[in-house]
Design a binder for this molecule. Structure first.
Ligand SMILES: Nc1ncnc2c1ncn2[C@@H]1O[C@H](COP(=O)(O)OP(=O)(O)OP(=O)(O)O)[C@@H](O)[C@H]1O
Length: 230
């Protein structure tokens, strides 16, 4: 497994009220295969998750993934750490499904034909080959999320950060995406409001008001969250 380290890492943002802290200095090391980030809306879960691949920069402290400093070696870190968003539309940018996966493979497959062939093999692996020539805009929400995950996993990263990947999905697609995520060899950092998914992880972090207030076995952390949500 990878080793994700936050060393006194904090995040600040500039708002109408001036500069505010949205994540307090946080120190933790994540080595478990699946780690859930849970907590109320606006508590700082996405912010913490985005620190891990440099989508958000640390105002203080450091974030280190497998010995690589995210602030200094961002490109190498982003090769190791893939990210999927709640709304996959944000990351599906090419006209067709196969072109979208091929885009992910541009660094590993320079030749265009080889790249297309590799993209088709990736789609086959996810049962999406019949959609290869479809417009990404014509896909259902579940198909789109599956495609987004297939796209970022095509380059075989070490870590997948998934920010509420099932929030927009119905029950069947939530299960389908969950089975995929929980079957991965990669380390998974899962931001979720779905406490059943959190309970399937090896470790959970509860974030409230920009701080990690509970950290440990998911059953205990979820219980803490339920008790504090009144
Ligand atoms: N760039 C920014 N500028 C100003 N405020 C920000 C910025 N990014 C995040 N925030 C604020 O920081 C807080 C934490 O946001 P974050 O998206 O991390 O929360 P979250 O726990 O993921 O929420 P949700 O469950 O609703 O997705 C929120 O109050 C948000 O409005």
């Amino acid at each position: 497994m990878s080793r994700i380290e936050l060393q006194e890492a904090s995040v600040r943002a500039t708002t109408g009220q001036g500069e505010v802290q949205i994540l307090a200095p946080t120190t933790l090391t994540l080595t478990e295969q699946r780690v859930a980030l849970i907590g109320p809306n606006g508590s700082g879960k996405s912010t913490l998750a985005r620190l891990v691949n440099g989508l958000v920069g640390a105002a203080t402290g450091r974030v280190v993934v497998d010995g690589l400093d995210v602030a200094k070696q961002g490109r190498e870190v982003r090769r190791r750490v893939a990210f999927v968003f709640t709304d996959p539309s944000a990351q599906l940018v090419m006209p067709t499904v196969v072109e979208d996966v091929a885009l992910s493979l541009r660094h590993t497959h320079r030749d265009r034909e080889e790249r297309t062939a590799a993209a088709l093999r990736v789609l086959e692996g996810y049962g999406l080959e019949q959609l290869a020539e479809r417009s990404v805009h014509s896909l259902s929400g579940g198909q789109r999320q599956l495609l987004a995950i297939a796209g970022v996993l095509a380059t075989d990263p070490e870590v997948l950060v998934a920010d509420e990947p099932t929030t927009l999905l119905d029950l069947v697609n939530t299960r389908r995406i969950a089975e995929l995520l929980f079957g991965l060899r990669q380390q998974l950092l899962l931001v979720t409001h779905d406490l059943d998914l959190a309970l399937r992880c090896e470790r959970a972090l509860l974030v409230e008001h920009g701080r990690v207030v509970a950290d440990g076995a998911p059953a205990e952390v979820v219980e803490h969250y339920r008790a504090s949500a009144w």
